[in-house]
Design a protein around this ligand. Structure first.
Ligand code: PSU
Ligand code: MN
Length: 310
């Protein structure tokens, strides 16, 4: 047997796996580094509740005391959201360090996919994936989320790449890696805080059933790797492209003048945009992740019924 991630399941997740119930993975970087306290803790609970309200089981993923976990306790969620505790942001390369040092770490899209796949969980809901940063031709800042999508069999529901990125370059990179990008009930790539962009998508699907089918066909045919589902932010909380673009510009200038780069860049930009938009971006961020959790639960339910009736 090849080695694989050794993980711990919460009772709720272990029971769901045995009973073949639909399960949705959730990431923890958004809790520790993406949202401020106390909204981060409130959102972590709201996401789990949204998934349970759809008769699916949430599996929030993180590394606690060096142990990769699928499903967290209330205490663990509180620990990850506590701003007084410095929690590492773990991408693929950081996982061995956190495990060997037995420390806590919040998982990004990349590491959440890895641990979800090891747990046999096929669907994961997040806010926005990481991607190719603006200026990547000079700084080479390309998120490991993309390479993970190219190799790990998990369907990731997001509201598009974060608009702080170079979106056309991110789309090209996903194409190179062979990652299907599905527009859920939309024809253009959603841009996280805004519903649409001028980037046309070639694959539109209008139901959770069709999305589950596409994933199953991909994996049944031995086509390894993830599927990206782009679910536009709900209309009532979207921020118009002009307003958000001005905020992003401002935030990017602040980051450059304070020499922020590497893994600190995404959290810095999200926080700075929250200040510039007077909290509007935070409200939007919470709503879009919840919207994604609900769609992910529907897809997970369709995947389960497909295996039962096969
Ligand atoms: N989307 C959000 N908030 C976040 C992130 C995404 O709404 O905090 C996180 C995700 O965990 C994603 C990470 O995997 O940012 C990407 O970071 P980087 O660009 O450093 O790879
Ligand atoms: Mn990066």
């Amino acid at each position: 047997m090849t080695n694989q991630i050794k993980l711990h399941y919460s009772d709720e997740v272990a029971t769901a796996i045995k009973a073949n119930k639909p399960i949705v993975a959730l990431e923890s970087t958004i809790i520790s580094h993406g949202l401020p306290y106390p909204e981060n803790l409130e959102t972590a609970h709201a996401l789990e509740d949204a998934i349970r309200s759809k008769n699916a089981v949430p599996a929030t993923i993180a590394v606690m005391d060096g142990i990769p976990k699928a499903g967290l306790s209330h205490d663990e969620l509180a620990r990850l959201s506590n701003p007084q505790i410095d929690t590492l942001k773990l991408s693929r390369r950081d996982l061995p360090f956190a495990i060997s040092k037995k420390i806590d770490g919040a998982t990004t899209v990349a590491t959440t996919m890895m641990i979800a796949a090891a747990a046999g969980i096929k669907v994961f809901a997040t806010g926005g994936i990481g991607g190719v940063h603006r200026g990547a031709d000079q700084n080479f800042d390309i998120s490991a989320d993309l390479t993970e999508l190219g190799q790990t069999d998990v369907a990731v529901v997001c509201a598009g790449p974060k608009a702080i990125l170079d979106i056309p370059a991110t789309m090209e990179y996903l194409e190179t890696l062979g990652v299907p990008v599905i527009g859920y009930q939309c024809d253009a790539m959603p841009l996280f805080w805004s519903r649409a962009s001028d980037l046309a998508l070639e694959c539109r699907l209008d139901s959770a059933r069709e999305i589950a089918d596409l994933c199953q066909c991909k994996w049944d045919n031995g086509l390894a790797g993830g599927v990206l589902i782009a679910n536009p932010i709900p209309k009532d909380v979207e921020i118009s492209g002009d307003i958000i673009e001005a905020a992003i510009d401002h935030a990017l200038h602040q980051a450059a003048s304070q020499n922020i780069s590497g893994k600190a860049l995404t959290p810095f930009l999200l926080d700075s945009i929250r200040h510039i938009t007077d909290g509007h971006s935070l409200k939007a961020n919470k709503a879009l992740v919840e919207n994604n959790a609900i769609l992910a639960a529907e897809i997970a339910a369709e995947m389960v019924s497909a295996t039962v009736f096969k």
